[in-house]
Design a protein around this ligand. Structure first.
Ligand code: 3PG
Ligand code: CO
Length: 553
């Protein structure tokens, strides 16, 4: 029995409007030409930094601080927003899958038993991101799953991969495909009919999110399920090399592998088993719906095969989707929003489509929907679709800023929470000039929100979920930029392991409030208790400690 009542904070008042601003992909790094946040004009964020150490500090946003397996794991938005919202550190999908594979428990679970019923007569299809980035999936986990599935009875296996270039370097896809081809050849030697069946780039095929563009999922469906695609090859390594002449890894067009009669080698048909091997939810949930829902109107599936489908994890705890899964997801319960809503706090949350679920679904522990619709309002600003964000680097920052401003000025909400996507989404394109524009736009949106907080006498908390825009190149051990053999700068499209800033302030902040100095290792998970304090409450005992103290003047 959960006791939802939060104790009153002994010193801090209630009733202040609090803006919680999450800058996506905004880390702290040494200043140089490849630190776009440094190069860009960011007067608002610069002025917040002047408040250090009392009102500005750095917090950890990667590795074990956010529940990832190792300190080498860069942060990402899923684990970052989970930590921000839940106030505790949970072992995340990457880690849970590692453990289940290492112990072999994955093969004893309900999900694997369910799909393995199809192994006798049907094909096992594995669909997911081919990458060692560790954000949505991991290559070594796919390798183990391939081996383990064949040892546990799969006789015919087809791999449908999405190429990355976003959490890893562009061009790395070729090596990953070679690795998998090699593994599949080994399986074939053991008598398993194992092959690659289709592929495509993650941003163009399958891995859309938050229902931004169903065409992306449809392109994948056509290749994976129907065995139809604009490009046909007999060899996947050749396919990727050839298609890279017209697009980068993130945007490779869909292709299918065909046999000598030009027939697709692995469409999904009645009686087959399917596993989506991404552990992260946001970019798999749409495909999961297409694979699982009988009633479905997002695109014409043409054929809806009767399959046994399991996710690597269950992707949505509220929708219970998919209903079968190989590994149980982290049980992120009692998130800060749920507490705050029980304690009467009215919340407004807003972002543009591509990050909308970050401040809602991830923030609330991978749970879609409201806790109490009377007290919560979520606003989604539609993202531009079908465009790479380096061509539109301002994205919807100002629109988000305006909506947040209006929500603050309306006096209807106690908490106004936003995610501003620019540093991350444009940073992922690897376009340095565009990322500089992106950072400036994000800074302007922050200003708009802080001005509104000033007007209503409120409080702000400005932070970020992980690094990205503050470093756009790969570096050697001494931090110098790396060049490839043709003398080209090696661009870093991925997130980083840098810490992120957090700043507090605003006219409503009680005079003695400042950051404590006894939580030097503080991370994203410490933010929830901090926000609860600013709402006038003490956080639950098992939350990570607050970052602030109140000094008597
Ligand atoms: C993506 O899905 O766009 C990237 O893999 C991770 O980005 P995010 O964690 O910032 O959403
Ligand atoms: Co990102």
């Amino acid at each position: 029995q959960v006791s939802w009542k939060l104790e009153d904070h002994p010193k801090l008042p209630k009733g202040k409007t609090i803006a919680v601003v999450v800058l996506d992909g905004w880390g702290e790094n040494k200043p140089d030409d490849y630190n776009c946040i440094h190069v860009a004009q960011t007067p608002t964020m610069d002025s917040l930094k002047q408040g250090a150490p009392e009102k500005w500090r750095l917090i950890r946003a990667h590795g074990t601080a956010v529940g990832l397996p190792t300190e080498e794991d860069m942060g990402n938005s899923e684990v970052g927003h989970n930590a921000l919202g839940a106030g505790r550190i949970f072992a995340q999908g990457a880690k849970l899958v590692d453990l289940a594979l290492a112990s072999g428990k994955i093969y004893e679970g309900e999900g694997f038993k369910y799909i393995s019923e199809s192994f006798e007569k049907g094909t096992l299809h594995l669909i997911g991101l081919l990458s060692d980035g560790g954000v949505h999936s991991r290559l070594d986990q796919l390798q183990l799953l391939l081996k383990g599935s064949s040892e546990h009875g799969a006789k015919r296996i087809r791999v449908h991969f999405l190429t990355d270039g976003r959490d890893v370097s562009d061009g790395s896809s070729v090596g990953f495909v070679e690795t998998i081809e090699n593994d599949l050849a080994n399986l074939r030697e053991k008598g398993v009919d194992a092959r690659i069946a289709s592929g495509g780039g993650r941003m163009y095929v399958t891995m859309d999110r938050y229902e931004n563009d169903w065409d992306v999922v449809k392109r994948g469906w056509d290749a994976q399920v129907l065995g139809e695609a604009p490009h046909k090859f007999t060899n996947a390594v050749e396919a990727v090399k050839k298609l890279r002449e017209i697009a980068n890894d993130q945007y490779l067009p869909p292709f299918v592998i065909v046999d000598e009669h030009n027939k697709a080698v692995g469409p999904i048909v009645d009686g087959d088993a399917v596993v989506t091997f991404n552990f992260r939810a946001d970019r798999m949930v749409m495909l999961a719906k297409a694979l699982e829902y009988q009633d479905f109107d997002k695109f014409d599936r043409v054929r809806f095969p009767k399959i046994r489908y399991a996710g690597m994890l269950q992707y949505d705890g509220e929708l219970k989707l998919p209903s079968h899964y190989l590994v149980s997801p982290p049980e992120i319960d009692r998130t800060s929003d749920e507490y705050l809503v029980y304690n009467g706090i009215c919340t407004f949350a807003c972002s543009e489509t591509v990050k909308f679920g970050h401040v809602t679904f991830f923030w609330n522990g991978n749970r879609s929907g409201y806790f109490n619709p009377e007290l919560e309002k979520y606003v989604e600003i539609p993202s531009d679709i079908g465009i790479s964000f380096n061509l539109q680097p301002k994205m919807k920052a100002l629109e988000i800023g305006e909506r947040a401003r209006d929500a603050i000025l309306s006096h209807k909400f106690d908490q106004v929470r936003v995610n501003i996507a620019n540093g991350d989404m444009v940073g992922h394109t690897g376009d340095i000039q565009a990322t500089i524009v992106a950072c400036k736009a994000a800074d302007e949106a922050v200003k708009m929100i802080l001005d509104a907080i000033e007007q209503v006498g409120g409080i702000y908390v400005v932070t970020a979920d992980h690094g990205n825009a503050e470093d756009m190149v790969k570096r050697d051990k001494c931090g110098q930029p790396l060049y490839d053999k043709n003398g080209q700068l090696q661009i870093l499209t991925s997130h980083t392991c840098h810490p992120v800033p957090i700043a507090i302030g605003g006219p409503g902040l009680a005079p003695g409030v400042r950051f404590r100095n006894d939580v030097p290792d503080g991370g994203l998970a410490n933010v929830a208790a901090t926000i609860m304090n600013l709402h006038g409450f003490v956080a639950p005992n098992d939350y990570e400690p607050t970052l602030i103290q109140v000094v008597d003047n």
